[in-house]
Design a binder for this molecule. Structure first.
Ligand SMILES: Cc1cc2nc3c(=O)[nH]c(=O)nc-3n(C[C@H](O)[C@H](O)[C@H](O)COP(=O)(O)OP(=O)(O)OC[C@H]3O[C@@H](n4cnc5c(N)ncnc54)[C@H](O)[C@@H]3O)c2cc1C
Length: 365
């Protein structure tokens, strides 16, 4: 079977899908349009190895082996590739290794932003199209209309990111102070980064209720809050308590610190496939659906593999849309069950806190 596939978006899911296509359709051409020469995301990902296994075409050839060796050798803990294992990998590592693999497998990449579906179709008249251009895809809206996604919020988070003049080991020893943590009004999780030039990055996420969240002024990662004064009292109190945990005060946290708002939600596109000007379009990765970010890429990789196997089918648009509820249900259930576990843990934590308040008179509500 010989086809021309054009993918918009050379992020990890676009590249993974391209590789899968080259394996399943060796006589077909696979072309990617990517906006940036250098991938923009910079964070660490948790990858379940099964996400690259489930439904994927594994040929165990030289390119295949080289990729898994390179990626999982670089991961923290140097886990060997096995379907049940998981690894922590930087986005730049997974992206650059996938790119190398895709190029070696014959995928072509052109660095260009695609603005409209019309432009895409006019320039590639004999192709099928895959949209892998992320969560905020305007091409998806052109394909499916303004109500292109359905979304439900799971958690509301305030995230403090800062750098402090303490070593990793000092911070690790003070964070064991569970008594202070138990006194927080909201559920809080801390992540300690790698020390650099005598400064260590810290991020602290507070899971707040919707009402508290709405009292915080708009603050994205790009334009965050840089002073605690605009935050509701209950948030300031929790941040002060968190500062105490490491023997700081609130001002020290904000010296190099800032707060942004984020919502953990589950969303999915109205359809995973549609036709436009007689051309088939398929959605993968964050463009198709999103779950809270600790699993989002995993969900995208599984979907990419599944799509490429469905493309062998005689009516792939209908088939991929029939597969949509299965994938959506499995991934949403996983996210919602984790969310329920998190909420139950928070209820227990509050109960324990109320007991402590009564017993020791520790905190005034
Ligand atoms: C802080 C954080 C932590 C995370 N941790 C995890 C984790 O632990 N585990 C996990 O599974 N997931 C995690 N995720 C989610 C994961 O990063 C995303 O799910 C994943 O990057 C999605 O890949 P993608 O290829 O679908 O989209 P993207 O990575 O968004 O890539 C889309 C690509 O399309 C390109 N593009 C966009 N528009 C156009 C256009 N018009 N023309 C051409 N190119 C275009 C962009 O430049 C980009 O390269 C995390 C996310 C964040 C923010």
């Amino acid at each position: 079977l010989s086809k021309n596939f054009v993918i918009v978006g050379g992020g990890p899911v676009g590249l993974w899908t391209a590789i899968q296509l080259r394996k399943r359709f060796p006589n077909s051409s696979v072309f990617i349009y990517e906006r940036y020469q250098e991938y923009k995301r910079k964070h660490v990902l948790k990858i379940q190895h099964s996400s690259m296994f489930f439904g994927a075409c594994r040929q165990h050839d030289e390119l295949d082996a080289k990729f898994f060796e390179a990626v999982f050798e670089q991961s923290r803990g140097k886990t060997k590739y096995t379907p049940l294992a998981k690894s922590f990998i930087s986005t730049s590592s997974i992206e650059s290794n996938l790119k190398q693999w895709a190029l070696s497998a014959g995928v072509e990449i052109q660095y260009e932003t695609i603005e409209t579906l019309d432009d895409l179709v006019t320039r590639n008249p004999d192709s099928e199209f895959i949209l892998a251009n992320g969560a905020h895809s305007s091409l998806r809206t052109q394909l499916l209309g303004d109500d292109d996604i359905e979304k439900s919020d799971l958690q509301h988070i305030l995230e403090l990111k800062t750098r402090v003049g303490k070593s990793l080991s000092q911070l690790r020893s003070t964070r064991a102070n569970g008594a202070v943590k138990g006194r927080l009004k909201h559920l809080g999780f801390e992540y300690i980064g790698r020390e650099d030039n005598a400064m260590t990055p810290l991020s602290f996420r507070l899971f707040v209720d919707q009402q508290t969240y709405s009292q915080v002024p708009e603050a994205s990662f790009k334009s965050p809050i840089t002073s605690p004064d605009v935050l509701p009292d209950c948030v300031q109190e929790d941040l002060s308590m968190y500062a105490q945990l490491h023997d700081f005060n609130l001002e020290t946290l904000f010296e190099h610190g800032q707060v942004s708002k984020l919502q953990l939600s589950v969303y999915h596109a109205k359809a995973f496939a549609a036709t436009y000007r007689d051309h088939n379009f398929y959605l993968v990765g964050d463009c198709a659906m999103g779950v809270p970010y600790f699993r989002a890429l995993n969900c995208g990789l599984v979907l990419g593999s599944r799509l490429t196997s469905i493309l062998h089918h005689r009516s792939p648009v209908a088939m991929y849309n029939r597969y949509k509820p299965v994938h959506q249900y499995a991934e949403s259930m996983l996210a919602k069950s984790k969310n329920t576990a998190l909420n139950s843990y928070d209820e227990l934590r509050k109960l324990y806190r109320r007991e402590n308040v009564k017993r020791l008179g520790l905190v005034n509500d």
